[in-house]
Design a binder for this molecule. Structure first.
Ligand code: 1PR
Length: 587
């Protein structure tokens, strides 16, 4: 009979708790107990042998929670006692000295005397070709170096809890223990004392990817979101297998491209979800946002391409680097605690160990049952607690941006974008943009930034040589006098961490991404941009990643739903035909 052990998890309402719990359940053999405050710690202290300290989002907010809950001293005492502890992401950061990201002016636990700095948008290797480095860093990266053990019997087949040089791990952060002069000195001194590290590089900036000292271990990346490679790291920690033998023995092919950022080409599978006419939740897909089949009598039924959890799981197994669910009708009249997408996420997150994004209806809501006002940050919290890693905001982003410009770029601190990013971090807030091309005869005809159309074949119906992309809300139904670029810039200023850039003109067309739109937005914001709408074959992914502006990720929907291509077909094509770096199953 196998004995079930207990792993204790510090719960300061961090976004990744559910994902971590799911990963531990998947590994098996452990039950989970949460520690929320000093009293819980005292109650369990003598029994704790494995403690996990997960964090995501804002350093200051996270560390303040530890202080407010009187958890700093018990955690320090626990570490001193030599028992096992694993920190994840901000869980790792909070064990360091301090961070630039610190609106509450609280210091970390100072276990290792290094400071956290923001990645440099003006990284010289990007600047040299007139680009900006995307910050936050979101995506899959290798570790570039592992420094372990002083024992002579340690050889290259050994790893730090399974971390090896071949696998890719999911990193999502704006701040890191970057190896500047001061931090490098602290790291060198720590190594002499027996600390062990692995490092990774984002652009030209190297930073601590994992740190370990005796039974203490922490990762900047998210093992619970790093597919099977991450699960292996977590399992090795739980099993106390510090120098686990390397299970991946393939040589990394050194001729494969190295992207400027170091991140591999990120492929996202997207599921547009809504109720069909029978009230069942289905994955659908529109043509220019029209999701009804056309028939001889006009509009037919909602196009039904499958069940959300089933399809999402299939795409994860096919190698999707991320899965996005867009609730395209927002279920406006559902009681808050019973939003249908919560169940979809809960179920999907049980077996999908890559990041999940959910969009649709993220804004301040009034619960139709209780009449209670539910702020957007609470709605987002419900989704995070169900296993989402990011929320995507569409219609509300347009309202917020319009107000931002009307108020002369004043921030209120109260919008969904601001409140969610202040609590859960900028990386948790994606803006979903639904723009439509509008032709203009001259740039003077609008206050929006226009694009000059170079190809005469693409001029407007009246020979217009300029266009801009007018944003819409409510799934394309409402058109606003605001450009896509202006929307993205306002949202970036307010704290959005990523742009999901759709194009109504290209949606469902299979003719490739809207390159002129992508070029305009990506060249004028510093946050990552996901290309969406129009992918019909692997060549379209290659084309979008070859753009000089440096698109961060590419999303596909219809081509995967119709079964024309599997996600890995696209990745293998990118690797074999374009020598592009992708994460494959072996990773
Ligand atoms: O406005 O915050 O409630 O969010 C609603 C969300 O639902 C928005 O993200 C909006 O983009 C999305 N949405 C609303 N209506 C539709 C529709 O199709 N009728 N879907 C819709 C948008 C666009 C992409 C699609 C790509 C790729 N879907 O997500 O998956 O265009 O498609 P393709 O590869 O097949 O071309 P809110």
């Amino acid at each position: 009979m196998t004995t079930i052990k207990t792993v204790y998890v510090i719960d300061v309402e961090s976004g990744n708790l559910q994902s971590l719990s799911n990963a531990i359940k998947y590994i098996g053999g452990y039950d989970i107990k949460f520690i929320q405050n000093e009293e819980d710690f005292k109650q369990f202290d003598s029994k704790i042998e494995k403690l996990i300290f997960p964090g995501v989002g804002n350093f200051g907010h996270f560390v303040k929670q530890l202080h407010d809950r009187n958890l700093v001293q018990p955690i320090n005492d626990y570490i001193k006692s030599g028992r096992s502890l694993m920190g994840i992401c901000v869980g790792l950061q909070s064990l360091f000295k301090s961070s630039e990201e610190n609106q509450f002016a609280v210091d970390g636990l100072d276990l290792l005397s290094v400071n956290l700095n923001k990645f440099n948008v003006d990284d010289p290797i990007f600047k040299a070709i007139n680009l900006k480095k995307s910050v936050p860093s979101i995506g899959w990266n290798h570790v570039s170096e592992i420094k372990i053990g002083k024992d002579e019997d340690l050889d290259s087949s050994k790893t730090l809890y399974g971390i090896n040089l071949v696998n890719k791990y999911y990193f999502v952060h704006s701040y890191a223990a970057i190896l500047n002069e001061e931090n490098t000195k602290a790291v060198d001194e720590a190594i002499v004392k027996g600390w062990e590290f692995s490092f990774a590089t984002y652009g030209s900036e190297s930073f601590i990817a994992a740190a370990s000292y005796k039974n203490f271990f922490a990762t900047q990346f998210h093992p619970e979101k790093s597919g099977i490679a991450g699960i292996r790291v977590l399992k090795n920690f739980l099993d106390g297998n510090k120098y686990a033998k390397n299970e991946i023995n393939i040589d990394r092919n050194s001729s494969i491209e190295k992207t400027l950022s170091g991140l591999s080409r990120r492929i996202i599978a997207c599921l547009d979800v809504r109720s069909n006419d029978n009230g069942d939740l289905v994955v659908t897909k529109g043509d220019q946002y029209n999701v009804r089949e056309s028939n001889t009598e006009g509009e037919g039924e909602i196009r039904n391409l499958g069940k959300p959890v089933e399809l999402a799981t299939r795409y994860y197994r096919q190698g999707a680097d991320e899965v996005t669910f867009l609730n395209i009708t927002s279920f406006r009249n559902s009681p808050i605690n019973d939003l249908p997408m919560l169940k979809v996420l809960t179920k999907a997150a049980e077996t999908i160990f890559v990041p999940l994004t959910v969009g649709g209806g993220i804004k301040d809501l009034v619960d139709p049952v209780s009449g209670e006002l539910v702020p957007a940050v609470k709605v987002a919290d419900l989704y995070f607690r169900s296993g989402a890693d990011k929320v995507s905001i569409g219609s509300d982003a347009v309202t917020i941006a319009e107000k931002y410009y009307a108020d002369n770029k004043q921030k209120t601190g109260k919008s969904s974008i601001e409140t969610i990013s202040a609590t859960f971090g900028v990386q948790a807030v994606v803006i979903s943009v639904d723009p439509k091309r509008k032709y203009v005869t001259s740039p003077k005809d609008t206050t929006m930034s226009v694009i000059e159309i170079k190809d005469p074949a693409k001029y407007g119906p009246n020979g217009e040589k300029y266009c801009y992309y007018q944003v819409t809300s409510q799934g394309g139904r409402k058109v606003h006098e605001l450009g896509a670029l202006e929307l993205c810039q306002a949202c970036e200023a307010l704290g959005a961490g990523e742009v999901l850039l759709n194009s109504i003109d290209h949606d469902g067309s299979n003719k490739g991404y809207n390159l002129e739109l992508l070029q305009q937005i990506k060249s004028n914001v510093s946050i990552p941009v996901i290309a969406s709408s129009g992918a019909g074959k692997p060549e379209h992914f290659q084309e979008v990643f070859e753009m000089e502006c440096g698109i961060d990720a590419a999303l596909g929907a219809g081509l995967f739903h119709r079964g024309e291509y599997e996600v890995n077909d696209v990745k293998k094509f990118l690797l074999n035909n374009a020598n592009m770096d992708v994460r494959l199953e072996t990773d």
